[in-house]
Write a protein that binds this ligand. Structure first.
Ligand SMILES: Cc1cc2nc3c(=O)[nH]c(=O)nc-3n(C[C@H](O)[C@H](O)[C@H](O)COP(=O)(O)OP(=O)(O)OC[C@H]3O[C@@H](n4cnc5c(N)ncnc54)[C@H](O)[C@@H]3O)c2cc1C
Ligand code: FES
Length: 324
C-alpha cells in the first residue's frame, strides 16, 4: 500500500524503501541532513499528523519527543502523515560566535556563547545550524559547566558545506543555532573513581576526548587517564603544548601523541595508534575506553580492544559519520 507524506502545500507518495527524508529530497526539497543514519540529528522534523515510530525518535530528548519531533532519515511511516521543519527558534538555542581560531592547518576552534542555558556534558555532540540552515554535528570539547562558552573543534573539509561557511562567512559576533545535545559518550563517575581510562582518537576525534578527560580531572577522578591522539603526519596533531602542560600538572594524566608516518626521537611516538592502545590495556576488567573520530578507526579499534579483553560495557564510542 502507498502512503502519502504532506509537506507544505504538496503531497507526495512514499516509495516502499524510502524514509520521509528520502521522499522529500527526491522531490528536490532542501531538508537539512547529514549522516542519514540516525546519529547526527540534523534532519529533525515535526509530525503534525501521524505518530513517529520509536526508531525515528531514538536518542531524542524527551521534550523533542513530546512535540512529535522525529528524525526524517529514520521514519518510514505506514500511514498518511503531515510533516514540517521545526521552527528553529522553538527547537534550538540561539548562540553567538565568540572566537574562531585555527588550531592547525585544517582544524578550527569555534567558541560559542548560548543565549539560554544549554545543558551539555563534555563529550556529547550538538547540531550546529548556520544562518543558511546547514546543520552538522560537532562534539563538545570543553566543560561547559565550568566555562561560559561551548568549544568545538571543526575539521575543515575541502568544499564541505559547513567548512566553507566557516572559512568564508563565519565571524565573531555572528548568530547561529545549537540543537541537542545528544550522545552517551561522556565521563561517568562510579566505582570510587579509581578505574583506569583510555581515550583514543585521530583528527578532531580529540575534541570529545579532551572534554571527557578534563571533566574526569575536574570531578577528581583518581585512576590513571591516558589520552592517545593519532595522526598520519606531525602537522595533523594539535593542542600538543596544552596537553603536555596538562600531563605535567596531573601525575595520573598521560598524553601520547602518535604519528603513523613520523620519525623516531621526536615529541611524538612513531607508530600505529591502534597497537599502542591495545598494548596499554593493563586492567582488562575495569578500564573504561573512549574511542572517537573517523568511523573506520573507531570501528576497528572497538573490535581490537574487545578482542584484547576489554569489557563491551566499558567501551564508549562516537563515530563522526560524514554526510551522505
Ligand atoms: C556524532 C558526530 C560528531 C561529530 N563531531 C565532529 C567534531 O567534533 N569535529 C569535526 O570536525 N567533525 C565532527 N563530525 C563530522 C561533522 O558533522 C561533519 O560531517 C564534517 O564537519 C563535514 O561537514 P562539512 O559540511 O564541512 O562537509 P560536507 O558538506 O558534509 O561534506 C563534503 C563532502 O566531503 C565528504 N566528507 C565529509 N567528511 C569527511 C571525512 N571526514 N572524510 C572524508 N570525506 C568526508 C562528504 O561525504 C561530502 O561528500 C561529527 C559527526 C557526527 C555524526
Ligand atoms: S540523523 Fe538523520 S541525517 Fe543524521
Amino acid at each position: 500500500m502507498a502512503y502519502k507524506i504532506s509537506y507544505g502545500d504538496s503531497t507526495y507518495v512514499r516509495q516502499a524503501d524510502d524514509s520521509v527524508l528520502d521522499t522529500l529530497l527526491a522531490q528536490g526539497i532542501d531538508i537539512p541532513h547529514s549522516c542519514r543514519s540516525g546519529v547526527c540529528q540534523s534532519c529533525l522534523m515535526q509530525a503534525l499528523e501521524g505518530v513517529p515510530s520509536e526508531a525515528a525518535q531514538a536518542g531524542l530528548k524527551s521534550t523533542y519527543r513530546a512535540k512529535a519531533y522525529f528524525l526524517a532519515c529514520c521514519w518510514y511511516p505506514e500511514e498518511d502523515v503531515v510533516v514540517k521543519l521545526p521552527n528553529t527558534a522553538d527547537s534550538a538555542v540561539a548562540a553567538t560566535i565568540s572566537e574562531i581560531e585555527p588550531l592547525n592547518h585544517n582544524v578550527v576552534r569555534l567558541r560559542l556563547i548560548a543565549d539560554k542555558p544549554f545543558d551539555a556534558i563534555a563529550g556529547q555532540h550538538l547540531t550546529l545550524i548556520t544562518p543558511h540552515n546547514v546543520a552538522r554535528s560537532y562534539s563538545i570539547a570543553n566543560v561547559p559547566d565550568e566555562e561560559a562558552y561551548i568549544e568545538l573543534h571543526v575539521r575543515v573539509i575541502a568544499n564541505g558545506k559547513l567548512s566553507s561557511w566557516l572559512l568564508h562567512e563565519a565571524k565573531t559576533g555572528m548568530a547561529v543555532y545549537l540543537r541537542g545535545p545528544a550522545g552517551e559518550c561522556f565521563y561517568v563517575a562510579e566505582d570510587e573513581k579509581n578505574f583506569p581510562i583510555i581515550l583514543a582518537g585521530t583528527g578532531t576525534g580529540l575534541a570529545p576526548l579532551l572534554g571527557i578527560a578534563r571533566d574526569a580531572l575536574r570531578q577528581g577522578h583518581r585512576g590513571d587517564i591516558h589520552l592517545f591522539h593519532g595522526a598520519l603526519k606531525p602537522e595533523d596533531l594539535y593542542l600538543v603544548e596544552y596537553l603536555q602542560a596538562l600531563s605535567d600538572r596531573y601525575a595520573h594524566f598521560n598524553y601520547t601523541p602518535c604519528v603513523l608516518h613520523g620519525l623516531d626521537g621526536k615529541f611524538y611516538v612513531r607508530g600505529d595508534i591502534q597497537e599502542l592502545v591495545v598494548a596499554d590495556i593493563a586492567d582488562k576488567k575495569n578500564t573504561r575506553i573512549y574511542l572517537c573520530g573517523a568511523p573506520e578507526l573507531v570501528n576497528s579499534l572497538k573490535k581490537k580492544v574487545f578482542l584484547a579483553g576489554a569489557s563491551l560495557a566499558h567501551i564508549y564510542h562516537d563515530a563522526f559519520l560524514p554526510s551522505k
